[in-house]
Design a protein around this ligand. Structure first.
Ligand SMILES: [Ca+2]
Ligand SMILES: [Ca+2]
Length: 189
């Protein structure tokens, strides 16, 4: 065996090892994506807010000739996500939350992507923040307000949020590079 043969067989060996590493990457990418999709498939679908202390609810200033009902709070909910996206769920004008107010999300938002739920009192110019909570469980109490969260699991949400996360995108890129490598190896060897 001359030195040229030795070099080429060494090159072949490295080529083969790389191909096996690529197979490993593909298996790991598939497993990771299934796991990641399962984690992010839980979506927030409903929020119920109840005021525990009616005396502490915000009131709008009373202006002469204004409807007495207008002083009641105008609650609205904002869902804040890790991407910085804030989704407002609409205001409920002049309604007390003593009996509980319900907001239903048209499209569930992945709970893994939610950093906070903000309760606001809508005003003409700038809405006041009443309180903000994190999704630490199905029921969270903060500043005399009780938040009840309902979630649902959906596969489509898991898949969608998977592609939206940087980790998901990195897994897809790794997977594609590994597949291209294996195809090239099969062609040239
Ligand atoms: Ca009002
Ligand atoms: Ca208001």
């Amino acid at each position: 065996m001359n030195s040229n043969d030795a070099t080429s067989s060494q090159g072949l060996m490295i080529w083969r090892i790389t191909t096996w590493v690529c197979y490993g990457i593909i298996v790991a990418a598939v497993l990771a994506s299934v796991l990641l999709a399962a984690v992010s498939s839980t979506g927030l679908s409903r929020i119920t807010v109840t005021a525990l202390n009616p005396a502490a609810e915000p009131r709008d200033p009373q202006i002469p000739l204004m409807d007495a009902n207008d002083v009641l709070p105008d609650y609205e909910i904002a869902v804040i996500q890790t991407s910085g996206r804030t989704t407002k769920l609409g205001a409920k004008p002049n309604t007390s939350a003593v009996d509980g107010l319900v907001w239903t999300l048209n499209e569930p938002v992945s709970t893994a992507s939610i950093v906070g739920i903000r309760l606001l009192d809508q005003d003409q110019f700038v809405s006041d923040v009443v309180t903000e909570v994190q999704l630490t469980g199905p029921r969270v109490v903060s500043h005399d307000y009780q938040f009840d969260f309902e979630t649902q699991r959906t596969l489509s949400l898991g898949i969608r949020s998977f592609f939206e996360t940087p980790l998901g995108a990195a897994i897809v890129v790794g997977f594609l590079i590994a597949v291209i490598w294996i195809f090239c190896a099969a062609y040239w060897l």
